[in-house]
Design a protein around this ligand. Structure first.
Ligand code: UGA
Length: 319
């Protein structure tokens, strides 16, 4: 079962599992954080395979979780359902605790009580709070700068406790700014692309020197699938990044080149809660999962913009 399976990362994972011929239950509540139509379209192809069962349900609903697991004989769960959005979490923290922490607790209880022994939990680079050095799972402290990051630290802690007390095998994967086709519309690469292509002003937080370890979605899916397949006992936490941060203004330059249009920038103050820099040390994921990201930033940005321009050909062509 993939919770949040109609979302950006979830829909790519479901596609990959379907390609392998696996039966998948998608549990998604189609939360209106961004339009339901986008999420429906994300899973259209997978649903057509006949291998996917869509269950509309919420991870905060214990009965929905029980039914989804027991009705469909679920044995492994990838828990991606969450309230995303680092910056928004400072304005309105409550749903982050409700969905990301209580929802994760519910999910873990349902797994424990209904025979699921393997869980992969989607954590985040924002647990670290930003470091100038590559962050590693063992020695870099978790000092989140936002309620979103704090909710992911709490989710990890719950995973650790359920692995210890109930014998679940749980891998928490810390994703680093994942991008690619179908990226969430509030994230930088999708926002910037839409605005540059549409000739709108692009809001840039800070002076453009902040950095992110942008990671292409197919690389992240390789890591998630390896985490499902690899028999790791107990609780593990692993970074899934690329290990090569990109400066924001270089990202903007790449996007301008690929879209063939200059960006009109509007500089805004640095946002509280936003790390200045993120960078993953991926040696542990390499060693434990054989994880090896292969999509360089320039290629990933090209793949993303090609997808976007193709999807919006009629609209952009007529401007
Ligand atoms: C992203 C996701 O939104 C989180 O869900 C995820 O957990 C997190 O990555 C992670 O890797 O842990 P973020 O890194 O903030 O969070 O990703 P973006 O929203 O794409 O922002 C990337 C960069 O662009 C940041 O430096 C941000 O300040 C900047 N930005 C973003 C702008 O300058 N303008 C915008 O309008 C949006």
């Amino acid at each position: 079962m993939v919770t949040g399976g109609a979302g950006f990362i979830g829909s790519h994972l479901v596609e990959r599992l379907v390609e392998r011929g696996e039966r998948v239950v998608v549990l998604d509540n189609f939360d209106p954080y961004y339009p339901e139509a986008a999420k429906r379209s994300n899973i259209e192809r997978s649903l057509a395979s006949g291998l996917v069962t869509l269950v509309t349900g919420d991870v905060r609903d214990a009965e929905a979780l029980r039914a989804a697991i027991t009705d469909h004989g679920v044995t492994r769960v990838v828990h991606l359902a969450a309230r995303p959005g680092v910056r928004l979490s400072l304005e309105e923290p409550e749903p982050y605790l409700d969905i990301n922490v209580s929802g994760t607790l519910n999910l873990l209880k349902a797994c424990r009580d209904h025979g699921v022994r393997k869980v992969v939990f989607a954590s985040s680079s924002s647990v670290y709070g930003g470091t100038s050095q590559p962050a590693d799972e063992e020695t870099t402290p978790c000092r989140p700068l936002s309620p979103y990051g704090a909710s992911k630290v709490a989710g990890e802690a719950l995973c650790s406790s359920f692995a210890a007390s109930d014998g679940l095998d749980i891998v928490a994967l810390r994703f680093f700014t994942v991008y690619g086709p179908r990226q969430r519309p509030d994230m930088a690469i999708s926002r910037f692309t839409r605005m540059i292509a549409g000739g709108e002003e692009v809001p840039v937080y800070g002076d453009g020197t902040s950095q992110r370890d942008y990671t292409y979605v197919s690389d992240v899916i390789d890591g998630v699938v390896a985490a499902i397949d690899t028999p790791l006992r107990g609780y593990r936490v692993l970074n899934l990044g690329r290990g090569e941060p990109i400066v924001l203004r270089d990202l903007l330059n790449n996007l301008e080149t690929e879209i063939g249009r200059e960006a009109r920038l509007r500089h805004l103050p640095e946002q509280p809660g936003d790390p200045r820099s993120t960078c993953a040390d991926i040696s542990r994921a390499r060693a434990m999962l054989g994880y090896e990201p292969s999509v360089a930033a320039a290629d990933g940005v090209r793949l993303y913009t090609q997808w976007y321009l193709e999807m919006n050909r009629d609209r952009i062509g007529s401007r």
